[in-house]
Design a protein around this ligand. Structure first.
Ligand code: FES
Length: 366
């Protein structure tokens, strides 16, 4: 009996008994058994993948305890397809050309800082995203349940969503301009999906204005699906690839005073990198005073110990973000998050550091 057939028969049997939870457990046990039988047995076929995908879904919903090994979970469904997209080097020539054009328009400076969220202390793109999506989903709700009186409001929401998508796209482009490799490929497809959704919503608005309501509703429903798929890739960019995430978020550094370098090795005006407790720091001596910051730039991880000093700031060599050396605050973006600053002192010819303000998430189990 094939895996699909055997699993379905167990599920049917238990469903007849009106015990869906028993059916799920039986499927889980069956797949676990067959999984161990086929370890190393080559690629999963589509038909074999079906019950596995079902299990991933019911387990994800918390209905049953996880049964599939982590490696198997990674090898099914959307995650696998997204990883393939991440590795699709064929996208690179297009991505490189488009990125060059974006960089020519959104240069380092005030416009880029505004679009990145430097003024807010948080990436601005995730905040803006909620405006068009919220407007479009509200329009769909009115289309499907609001009746004739809601038609005008639904049409306005579709148009408002298109307008809100413009600054959202600009902020996304600013973030994307500092990506590379897999992030850049996923970001490109994410953007193309969103542009397609904007085009569909724009066409929907025009159709509605011309009295072609059914066509307009159909176009906006299609736009909802496309923006949802593009949103999945946006989630992958943030949660799997860490674009927009403070790259020092999980760095802890030493809690107690710890010697990291001899005083004579840190020269006036020359940033110097040291490693302590698995964290790289940059030590700086300015006018005889010592400073210590995390060396991994909070923006995209650039090496600040290879940066330059400028007006009381250290400038990242990658995208030129500037951080004050005394407290790590951002003076110039595209970085949005301050650089972690460490307490520093000299004792018996040695430089000692300890972290300043541990955050709960960085030091404790969650
Ligand atoms: S990595 Fe982008 S400014 Fe440092």
């Amino acid at each position: 009996m094939s895996r699909d057939t055997s699993v379905r028969s167990v599920a049917r049997h238990n469903r007849r008994l009106h015990h869906p939870e028993r059916a799920l457990s039986a499927i889980q046990a069956k797949v676990r058994t067959e999984s161990s039988e086929t370890q190393g047995g080559g690629e999963l076929t589509h038909s074999r993948t079906t019950p596995w995908l079902l299990l991933v879904m019911v387990e994800g919903a918390g209905w049953v305890e996880p049964a599939l090994p982590e490696e198997t979970r990674k090898n099914v469904g959307l995650y696998q397809q997204t990883e393939k997209l991440e590795e699709a080097e064929g996208l690179d020539p297009v991505a490189e050309t488009v990125q060059g054009a974006v960089k020519a328009v959104i240069r380092p400076g005030r416009l880029k800082d505004v679009l990145s969220g430097t003024w807010l202390g948080h990436p601005v793109h995730p905040l803006l995203v909620s405006a068009p999506i919220g407007a479009w989903l509200s329009a769909t709700l009115l289309d499907l349940t609001g009746g004739h009186e809601s038609e005008k409001a639904a049409d306005r929401l579709v148009g408002a969503g298109v307008l809100a998508a413009l600054p959202t796209a600009a902020s996304g482009a600013a973030d994307w301009s500092d990506t590379l490799a897999g992030e850049r490929r996923i970001g490109l497809v994410h953007a193309l999906g969103n542009y397609a959704a904007v085009a569909l919503m724009g066409a929907s608005w025009v159709a509605r204005r011309r009295g072609r309501r059914s066509l307009g509703v159909g176009l906006s429903l299609t736009g909802d699906v496309v923006v949802g798929a593009a949103g999945y890739l946006g989630g992958h960019l943030a949660y799997n690839q860490g674009v927009g995430v403070d790259t020092t978020a999980f760095e802890t550094g030493p809690e107690e005073w710890t010697a990291v370098a001899s005083e004579v090795n840190v020269l006036e005006g020359e940033p110097s990198g040291v490693d302590v407790d698995g964290v790289r720091l940059v030590l700086i001596r300015r006018d005889g005073e010592l400073f210590a910051l995390a060396a991994r730039c909070t923006h995209r991880g650039g090496p600040l110990d290879e940066g330059t000093l400028e007006d009381g700031c250290i400038v990242c060599p990658w995208h030129k973000s500037a951080f004050r050396i005394d407290d790590g605050s951002v003076v110039r973006g595209p970085a949005v998050t301050p650089q972690p600053a460490y307490e520093v002192r000299a004792v018996d010819g040695m430089i000692e550091v300890r972290r300043r303000e541990p955050k709960g998430l960085r030091t404790a189990a969650v």
